[in-house]
Design a protein. Structure first.
Length: 651
């Protein structure tokens, strides 16, 4: 039999629509019927088709197998090599999205209806259609098919599929995406219910869905299933039955990605919460450690001032030095937890950079000398003398970098270079470089040293430090919009760089800052005065009492164990100053100060100095909110305490 014949039904393109010809596959063994299709299509201006004609189903299937595209397929259901409904099934099995219109004889019209239920787009009864009807059927089916294709595309993107259960035919018809989601190979769109009755079948779960929907009319639920690849997939399923219909409509959505993302988000939140709790824990532990540290350092200071032989003095100095190192570690831990909580504020006050560097040289040269290494500083001409910024933080970064350079250098030299790389008139971008000839850092750890608790392991060397200094320095630099980085070569030395923006300052700024409005108080050592010490910690009571009595021989100190006791004493006795711990049982320092300021107006001029191991008190001048005049951060040097007392005690 003849194979492929190609006809253009309307070569002039004379249709209602200016469009290119549609590709039509005609599968018809009867030459007269095939000719009739051609003639009728020439008659209508509804569509212009290029027809490829095949006489047998086998030939048509072979052609489809090549992947060639057809806008529509017109197919006789009784062909020499395939008869009836089976013909359509074979076509749709190969290409489930094919736009098929079936041609039936008058006597088997019912076949046409069945074909539509099985996925055909339309049916025409041979001899009963004219050109207009054929043109319309083809055009509508093409439009419908392209709408369906767009819908399927949308379903694919949204990972939503749908299916329908026909109770009368006991089968389901489903969209492409339904098959993709359930992991079932899509051989045909319609499946008989019996085909998935085995519990191992990927669609077995549908039985429960159908039963529940039939019972309640409407369900909306989430399921987790093992897909055919053995992976867990999460599905959202909506299914409903209209009251007077024999169809079920189901919608299935693959929500695995969003579920996994939700799970990740949850895990992330839990991790963040754990990290917050860790920071809080560290903050409170370091606070708890500062309180006894105050007693240790205070006692060491007191004993150092007594009659001691040189051996005793040396032992005591070692205790004091070790305590100071321990205090440095505690402070670092506290600083890291503050940084992680993001609660840091930077100063923008004028200061003299050269003074700061001179101080650094004084302290660090001494340390370098102890190790017999050189230490020098070079400042480029263009570096301004007076700048505005956070002096304390700059100091801390420099102490850390120079301290490390000296610590990790056993011979040679440590140098600090400062230059201005800024271009602006007003501002300065200062670049600091700390260079050493020390042990160096392996290249692959140059980034890691800026992480918390990272210390590079070197054979023959014990770990020195906590590994927090550089992480704090990096946070300080980054949060002030600067840059920090390092270069190093093992055995030859390291270079640590950082750059920070500063505003240039003028001498007027500087003078106004250096001349506080408060008058300087001159203190006469011999004048008697009284002080109320509010402190619950016994050793710290002793340290404060002894330290004060040493400096002020005429001082009368009364001790209150807590805020409540202090208020009772203040009702009847007069004092020149109150020195108040913040964390106390019964009534804490903040509450007590507020009470004095609000409820005891006659004491409005009584100076209250807070003593605390909690660094937060200095933030934003918190202590002022509670009516306190100033604060001392424990552990403090005796001189700091004396200075504040002289400043505030009006005697
Ligand atoms: P630490 O307080 O322990 O010194 P840092 O965060 O300041 O912690 O430094 C982390 C680690 O980086 C150090 O333990 C050390 O291994 C390495 N490191 C830092 N600076 C230098 C340097 N100049 N030379 C060699 N190693 C260094």
């Amino acid at each position: 039999m003849a194979s492929s014949i190609i006809h253009d039904t309307n070569p002039s393109g004379n249709t209602l629509f200016a469009e290119s010809a549609k590709d039509l596959l005609l599968i018809e063994d009867n030459p007269a019927d095939a000719r009739m299709v051609e003639i009728l299509l020439q008659e209508t201006d509804l569509i212009n088709c290029k027809i490829v004609h095949k006489l047998l189903l086998k030939e048509a299937l072979e052609l489809l197998e090549t992947g060639i595209h057809f806008d529509a397929v017109l197919c006789d259901l009784s062909l020499p090599d395939s008869r009836g409904f089976e013909t359509l099934e074979k076509l749709l099995t190969r290409r489930p999205n094919l736009n098929v219109i079936v041609l039936t004889g008058y006597s088997d019209k019912y076949l046409g209806l069945k074909a539509i239920q099985a996925g055909a787009q339309d049916f025409l009864v041979k001899g009963a259609y004219d050109g207009e009807m054929l043109g319309k059927a083809l055009r509508y089916s093409i439009e419908r098919r392209s709408a369906l294709d767009r819908l399927e595309e949308t379903q694919r993107l949204a990972r939503i599929g749908n299916w329908e259960l026909s109770l009368s035919h006991n089968n389901i018809t489903a969209s492409e995406e339904f098959f993709r989601i359930t992991g079932l190979k899509q051989e045909k769109r319609t499946l008989q219910i019996d085909e998935f009755k085995s519990p191992e079948h990927p669609l077995f779960f549908l039985h429960h869905i159908h039963d529940e929907t039939l019972a309640s009319g409407n369900i909306n639920k989430e399921l987790s299933l093992l897909n055919t690849k053995g992976e867990i997939c999460h599905l959202s399923i909506k299914c409903r039955k209209e009251p007077n219909s024999e169809i079920l409509y189901g919608i299935i959505q693959d929500i695995t990605e969003s579920k996994n993302a939700e799970e990740l988000r949850h895990q992330h939140e839990v991790a963040q919460q754990a990290s917050r709790m860790k920071e809080q824990f560290l903050a409170s532990v370091s606070h708890e450690m500062r309180t006894p540290m105050n007693a240790i350092l205070g006692m060491s200071n007191l004993v150092l001032e007594t009659e001691l032989d040189s051996e005793q003095k040396n032992y005591l100095k070692s205790i004091k030095q070790s305590s100071e190192i321990l205090l440095g570690i505690v402070n670092d831990i506290l600083e890291v937890s503050t940084l992680k909580n993001g609660s840091i504020e930077f100063d923008k006050k004028p200061f003299n950079l050269h003074d700061l560097l001179a101080n650094l040289i004084n302290v660090m040269s001494y340390k370098a000398m102890e190790k017999s290494i050189e230490f020098d500083l070079s400042i480029e001409q263009n570096v301004p003398l007076l700048i505005k910024g956070d002096k304390l933080r700059l100091n801390q970064i420099l102490y850390n970098l120079v301290g490390n350079a000296i610590k990790f250098t056993d011979s040679g030299k440590v140098s600090l270079y400062v230059r201005n790389i800024g271009k602006k008139e007003q501002g300065a971008m200062l670049e600091f470089m700390v260079e050493d000839t020390g042990i160096g850092i392996p290249k692959d750890q140059l980034e890691a040293v800026f992480e918390s608790f990272t210390r590079v392991r070197h054979k023959d060397r014990l770990f020195e430090g906590t590994g927090l200094g550089l992480s704090i320095a990096r946070s300080f630099v980054l949060q002030q919009e600067g840059r920090i980085w390092a270069e190093s070569e093992i055995g030859r030395g390291s270079r640590f760089y950082f750059s920070l923006p500063f505003e240039q300052s003028c001498s007027e700024d500087f003078e106004s800052q250096n001349h506080p409005s408060e008058p300087v108080v001159h203190f006469d050592n011999s004048v008697p005065f009284s002080l109320l010490l509010v402190e619950d910690h016994k050793l710290n009571q002793l340290v404060a009492r002894k330290t004060l009595e040493k400096q002020f021989p005429n001082i009368a100190i009364k001790v209150a164990e807590n805020g409540k006791e202090a208020i009772d004493i203040l009702q009847t006795e007069k004092f020149s100053l109150v020195l108040m711990d913040l964390q106390m049982p019964v009534m804490d320092g903040e509450e007590t100060a507020l009470y004095i300021r609000n409820e005891m107006p006659h004491l409005k001029d009584l100076p209250i100095l807070a003593m605390t191991a909690h660094a937060h008190i200095s933030k934003g001048e918190q202590y002022k909110k509670f009516g306190m005049n100033d604060f001392l951060l424990k552990p403090f040097e005796p001189q700091q305490l004396y200075d504040k007392i002289i400043k505030y005690a009006k005697i």
